[in-house]
Write a new protein. Structure first.
Length: 374
């Protein structure tokens, strides 16, 4: 087991992806024609910005928090400690959350924390029982097909390379940190894009009240609605990724509370992609490892093969491809005509559709298919 190299989320399938599509070498073309491939979009359907939320810990308030998020149609990653006594009551609500487009992330089984982190503590906290066991529990109790993410309990061990490597080897594509709560570093890490190290991924800010640690240390919160909204506005103006973290037991609920006033401010926008953390980072990796090659048009205006070596059992996302077309063609992927995307909110990550604007087309499809313009 290699615990030294930089962790990598890449999980590949062996063999030639073009051969799996049935594409032969003599079908390849130079791409000259009426339709030109421009590139892959940074965000799904070329959204202006992204909102991704994560909520931590296994308490009875998780259900209330999920109900609140659903009222504003904002998707979250729910990081759960699967060995907590509350889990028996939570599983039915969590299964509904998965069906509604939320994600469940692993937060260990026992949520072990310490103010005096050591190598021995981290080895125990990241044991197979804690990491693999929590992932297995989620798969056994819900219909979620994969567990993409991990959150370090209390932020412990997130900065240790061997810990990051352990999470990567378990099969996660990203892991979220929770830095320095005792020094207020957890309040505004101010990440506004993808973290270059997805296995110690930071976030933009917390949205929650203060709290006391088990040893009596007071930890600051962040509840000023004006400041919370201003930070989102800053990220939105920069066309970035707004990532915010909350603990459901540290929130107030109701339309006049800081949490719901913030959700109302950031929600309901048609130019934002609302997506949990795991599918967001999976999209980023899939875009980096997706290729598009022109094929001979045959009787179509143009044909392209879209393929990736990444394991589709893990990377279940769609990606968005941008094309320039002088005419407005009918588009198929894998022989199936793509539907036109409506102006509804963008809050899923695996749909297939086309969106048009003048001479531009954005195709949102799952890789490993042949696209035809007719």
């Amino acid at each position: 087991m290699d615990l030294v190299r930089r962790p990598s989320p890449i999980l590949e399938c062996p063999g030639d992806p073009l051969a799996r599509l049935g594409v032969l070498a003599d079908e390849l073309a130079d791409g000259v024609g009426p339709i030109h491939f421009i590139g892959l979009s940074r965000y799904l359907d070329d959204a202006r910005a992204v909102v991704t939320h994560s909520i931590d810990d296994t308490t009875r308030y998780v259900c209330t928090c999920l109900d609140t998020l659903d009222a504003y149609d904002i998707k979250a990653t729910v990081f759960i400690s699967t060995g907590a006594p509350e889990m028996g009551r939570l599983w039915p609500r969590l299964r509904k959350a998965v069906a509604d487009g939320h994600e469940l992330g692993a937060h260990s089984r026992r949520h072990r924390c310490t103010a005096r982190e050591s190598l021995l503590f981290c080895i125990a906290a990241l044991s197979r029982y804690e990491v693999h066991g929590a992932r297995r529990d989620i798969l056994a109790h819900t219909q979620q097909p994969y567990v993409w993410t991990w959150a370090y309990p209390c932020g412990n061990c997130a900065d240790r390379k061997f810990a990051q490597r352990m999470i990567a080897l378990a099969g996660c594509v990203a892991a979220r940190a929770y830095p320095g709560e005792r020094g207020d570093a957890h309040l505004v890490p101010d990440l506004q894009t993808y973290d270059p190290n997805p296995f110690a991924a930071r976030y933009t800010q917390v949205v929650q009240k203060g709290y006391n640690t088990e040893d009596g240390v007071r930890i600051s919160g962040r509840t000023d609605v004006k400041a919370l909204n201003a930070k989102f506005d800053e990220v939105y103006a920069a066309q970035g990724i707004y990532s915010f973290v909350s603990h459901p037991q540290m929130l107030d609920y109701g339309p006049d509370t800081f949490y719901e006033r913030h959700l109302a401010h950031i929600g309901g926008r048609n130019d934002i992609w609302y997506v949990p953390m795991g599918p967001l980072y999976a999209y980023h990796m899939l875009c980096r490892h997706t290729s598009v090659v022109a094929l001979k048009a045959n009787d179509a205006q143009a044909r392209f093969a879209v393929f990736s070596r990444l394991d589709s059992r893990v990377y279940r996302n769609s990606v968005t491809l941008e094309f320039h077309a002088t005419r407005q063609p009918r588009v198929t992927a894998g022989g199936k005509q793509l539907a036109e995307r409506t102006t509804s909110m963008l809050n899923r990550w695996d749909g297939e559709y086309v969106r048009r604007a003048e001479q531009r087309l954005w195709l949102t499809i799952r890789p490993n298919t042949v696209v035809e313009f007719r």
